[in-house]
Design a protein around this ligand. Structure first.
Ligand code: GLN
Length: 292
């Protein structure tokens, strides 16, 4: 991109679109607009109504830098530092998976079974998007979020304060804990709901994903080892120990994992197992109740 003193918002936007299209970015024009709004602190209407407004050198530099990063296929959300999930705005960085719309199906399914005062465990919490949405949309529930990455937990901490308020962590409404799955859990702790969106992509498939995902999202949040089922085996095998009798386990799954994960849950003795589809009609969630 080239700076010139007479540049307007509209021209800057056009340059952004061209640069992102040339780099093969999927939604080039949308991203060029969102980045411009973010860099200039404006909204869509301002840009439309005042496209002829002049751009300062500082504004230009900020936009050129953002477009440059997007050209390098850094996901938009890591540039703006935010992603909406369940109608709430979460902070994100490259240490956490960007919350997905697909995962709202999981959160909504849990909400259908969640009652006031329940205790929730979110295994592999990442940004905390699942746990904090559940707590925000219920009353008197408490939750524990576990993640193997200390850096992910600092993002989760910021989100706990943002979504639930500064006291959420001190008041024990939320506890965030570093740990490799259930290791280090308090063995006497019991939950009504255990939910997880674990890494579930086969290692061999990761190289074929979009560069945004493959090169910028944390590999540990994606990689479900050789057959993609590693974390389901671990979580399904151990969750029962931490569930109340009648408690429920909810797992997000990939579109082709419904049968395998259902079988793992059956073998572990879960009851009333259901495979739930997302809005695209693909298997997305498996849930079941602990045998009593
Ligand atoms: N629980 C987080 C999410 O759903 C992170 C999941 C992960 O890192 N696999 O976004």
């Amino acid at each position: 991109m080239i700076y010139n003193e007479k540049q307007t918002y509209a021209e800057l936007f056009r340059q952004g679109c061209e640069e992102l299209r040339a780099a093969g970015v999927g939604e080039a024009d949308t991203d060029a607009r969102l980045l411009l709004e973010w860099c200039l602190g404006t909204d869509r209407n301002t840009l439309l109504a005042h496209g002829d407004r002049g751009v300062s050198r500082e504004e230009y530099d900020r936009y050129a830098d953002a477009v440059g990063r997007r050209r390098a296929r850094v996901p938009l959300q890591y540039i703006t530092g935010e992603q909406d999930f369940m109608g709430l705005t979460f902070v994100v960085n490259e240490k956490v998976l960007i919350p997905r719309q697909d995962t709202e199906v999981l959160a909504e399914e849990v909400l259908r079974h969640l009652h006031d005062g329940m205790r929730i465990l979110d295994m592999c919490t990442g940004s905390g998007c699942i746990l904090f949405s559940l707590l925000r949309y219920s009353n008197g529930c408490t939750g524990v979020g576990v993640d193997v990455s200390e850096e992910a937990l600092s993002v989760a901490r910021a989100n706990a304060e943002r979504i639930l308020g500064a006291q959420a962590l001190d008041s024990m409404r939320v506890t965030l804990r570093q740990g490799d799955l259930f290791t280090g859990m308090d063995e006497s702790d019991r939950f009504d709901i255990i939910v997880s969106n674990p890494p579930y992509i086969k290692t061999s498939v990761i190289e074929s994903l979009m560069p945004e995902v493959r090169e910028h999202e944390p590999r540990t949040a994606l990689d479900g080892h050789e057959d993609g089922l590693f974390f389901y085996r671990q979580i399904i095998g151990q969750a029962g120990r931490f569930l109340q009798g009648g408690g429920m386990l909810f797992l997000e799954i990939g579109y082709d994992q419904g049968e395998s994960v259902r079988l793992l849950m059956e073998e572990a003795g879960y009851r009333e197992i259901e495979v739930i589809r997302d809005y695209a009609g693909l298997d997305r969630v498996v849930c079941g109740g602990k045998y009593v």
